[in-house]
Ligand binder design. Sequence first.
Ligand code: PXP
Length: 251
Amino acid sequence: MNGRTDQPLRLGVNIDHVATLRNARGGRDPDPARAAQLAQQAGADGITLHLREDRRHIVDADLSAVMAAVTLPINLEMAATAEMQAIAVKYRPHAVCLVPERREERTTEGGLEVAGDDNRLRDYIAPLRDAGARVSLFIAPDEAQVEAAARVGAQIVELHVGAYAEHCANGQSAECDAELRRLFSAAAFAHEIGLEVHAGHGLNFNNVGPIAAIPEVVELNIGHFLIGEAVFIGLDAAIREMRRQMILARM
Ligand code: PXP
């Protein structure tokens, strides 16, 4: 099972920061559901949103509004709490991605600690799968975490590429190469043991290429950069350019 999956590389557009902008003023604008519709028109393969415990960007009403606004699969990112489990079971998104969450962090800083939390996560995931969701775990590119993800019943791992984005921001370096090697090897291992492989965090036009070129990766979830770029060139153009870069790298 090792190697290229022959599946096209999907782009999930994360619209959280449309809500960040709206919440800066209160009121309704800009509307995340409209962003989701535009993303769909621009050729996104899915819409990703992170309902945080503190509701700092997406709020519960956004989830239902976005689900009603598009036909694309919805990927709900959330912490593994009882409250979020009840919400996921109620709304039944296409996929649920479990992420670590700390109130004081600005964004999701690390991967989920799956190894060592097996029993709790296995029990947590079962009702999500029963509700029809594909369950993904956002983890560091680490073999022990990948193995644990399979053990607890996840179907997907999303590899956290934040360290890659950081180490490779100023071009090639030993750290950058090492981080890429970790990602390639974690992706190959995950695929080999039957997990679907996604990747995300901190991707932009400059750094998406090497990640899109990892043969086992079949989905990228990208948010902050796309929404920021939309301020300058529009959301449609930003998504289309990201897609172009992904296709180029995949060839
Ligand atoms: N994937 C996951 C699991 C995330 O939590 C996030 C947001 O932190 C992203 C992808 C998108 O990251 P970014 O907004 O940096 O593109």
